[in-house]
Design a protein around this ligand. Structure first.
Ligand SMILES: Cc1cc2nc3c(=O)[nH]c(=O)nc-3n(C[C@H](O)[C@H](O)[C@H](O)COP(=O)(O)OP(=O)(O)OC[C@H]3O[C@@H](n4cnc5c(N)ncnc54)[C@H](O)[C@@H]3O)c2cc1C
Length: 428
């Protein structure tokens, strides 16, 4: 879009190899891989870090990416809470499934971290900068234009007049702002996954002293669930996810609905007896969607800007970093081959669909009562629950051993709905 404030450009076809919209985990990871490959990468981030962000529980299969990026020492130095497992509980604690990642048969990564995102995202962005990426914070992307065969022109603003930048590739890592997907009309909401999340931080919650201290706890209620993510000795992230229809029917303020639902969950209420909120509760709705296309000439979408699934299995940051890495690797191949879109990027799109589909299937199942009944009463002979744990850990390449077990598990979920395979119980 022409703007009289934008100065005339010289004939240089591209200032950068890639411009990245957004400096969250997806954008910072893409920038790091591009910079490490010797590409000129520019990150345009509208906020100034550190900034608050929801999404604090990481998966064990984030660890291989952290190691590859040489990030582990920085994460250790930041002192993030170590996470060794996940627990799924009914409100009164009478049913419970407790998984330690280290015991899983099909996953080899025993731990991950629970992170305060303001701190974690800043570590990642500074890491990309240290690798050679240029980072401009407080700079919002306003527009982009793609000229096939040439590249992309991005218009951005940092308080003053708009500026233009040119690159061979645009990486959309704008998160749920979904900058290019919205502009191109590609967004598809998962209609029957319309949820509302209400969340905040608490202090004064007592945590256990053993290895389960950093476990993520999922309290499962009828039509709702809570996440409980210990971030540090004195800070816990707590969130409630409810159906959008329930939220409307109840017609309460988010705070009132949150507090009322805590009271319906005695196990959690007990833990919060002496706790206090350290921030006003935040609310987000309708966050599950995908874009119909992830790559096109000169453009790649990564992280939530590719699509976002329900947060129940904490897959967001892992998928953002994985797609940031794979997207950047595809771009490097395309640039080196002189292409605007190549087989590597098509492969990237296919792999991302596959990852998202695997999680989507698990998420669909999670909201069915029989899934929960089977999860908390696992039959260890066939090690079906181990296959579920592998996916919960982020093991996306578990091969046939995991795939047939998951297929069988999902078949049992269907059976359980009609002829009980294990004891049925009520979720209150
Ligand atoms: C309720 C809820 C709970 C969640 N819980 C978890 C969890 O426990 N674990 C987990 O792994 N994930 C969780 N997630 C998901 C997780 O938050 C995201 O998947 C993750 O942040 C995606 O990273 P990203 O880099 O793609 O996007 P983001 O982290 O959102 O980063 C995008 C960045 O782009 C910037 N930006 C946007 N528009 C522009 C623009 N026009 N110009 C410049 N910059 C721009 C934003 O300021 C932002 O910094 C949860 C999500 C929700 C909604």
């Amino acid at each position: 879009m022409a703007d009289e404030n934008i100065p005339e450009r010289d004939a240089d076809p591209a200032d950068y190899d890639a411009i990245i919209i957004g400096g969250g985990p997806g954008g910072a990871t893409a920038a790091w891989y591009l910079a490490k490959a010797g590409k000129r990468a520019l990150v345009l981030e509208k906020e100034t870090f550190p900034r608050f962000h929801v999404g604090e529980s990481l998966l064990p299969y984030n660890m291989p990416i952290f190691r590859e990026m040489d990030l582990v020492p920085k994460l250790k130095e930041a002192g993030f809470m170590e996470k060794f497992g996940a627990q799924f509980l009914l409100p009164r604690g009478d049913r419970k499934a407790q998984f330690a990642f280290g015991n899983g048969r099909f996953a080899t990564e025993p731990m991950s971290y629970q992170v305060e995102r303001s701190k974690f995202d800043e570590v990642l962005l500074r890491h990309a900068e240290a690798a050679g990426a240029e980072v401009r914070e407080g700079t919002a992307v306003k527009d982009y234009q793609i000229e096939e065969g040439e590249g992309v022109t991005v218009t951005a603003q940092n308080g003053g007049p708009p500026e233009e930048f040119r690159a061979r590739f645009l990486v959309d890592a704008s998160g749920t702002a979904n900058f290019t997907g919205n502009r191109e009309g590609l967004k598809e909401l998962y209609e029957h996954h319309r949820k509302v999340a209400i969340y905040g931080h608490y202090r004064g919650v007592t945590l256990p002293e053993d290895r389960t201290r950093g476990d993520i706890l999922i309290y499962r209620l009828e039509n709702a669930w809570f996440w409980f993510i210990p971030l540090s000795d004195d800070r816990v992230s707590l969130g409630l996810v409810v159906d959008r229809s329930t939220f409307k029917e109840r017609d309460l303020s988010p705070e009132a609905l949150f507090d009322e639902t805590v009271r319906r969950c005695p196990l959690l209420a007990e833990r919060l007896a002496d706790a206090e909120r350290t921030m006003p509760l935040r609310t987000i709705a309708d966050f599950s969607y995908r874009n119909r296309r992830l790559v096109s000439p000169h453009l790649v979408r990564v992280g939530d800007a590719a699509g976002f699934l329900d947060p129940i299995f904490s897959s967001g940051v892992y998928l953002a970093m994985m797609t940031g890495k794979l997207g950047a690797e595809g771009i490097c191949e395309a640039i080196d081959g002189g292409n605007a879109l190549n087989a590597a990027l098509k492969r990237y799109e296919k792999t991302t669909w596959r990852y998202m589909k695997s999680y989507f299937e698990m998420i669909e199942n999670f909201y069915r009562q029989p899934f929960f009944e089977l999860l908390v009463q696992p039959d260890h002979r066939l090690r079906l629950a181990d296959a579920v744990v592998a996916l919960l850990a982020g093991q996306m390449e578990g091969g046939w051993a995991v795939r047939w077990r998951l297929r069988l598990f999902f078949l049992l979920v269907k059976l359980q709905a009609r002829f009980p395979v294990v004891e049925r119980f009520k979720i209150e």
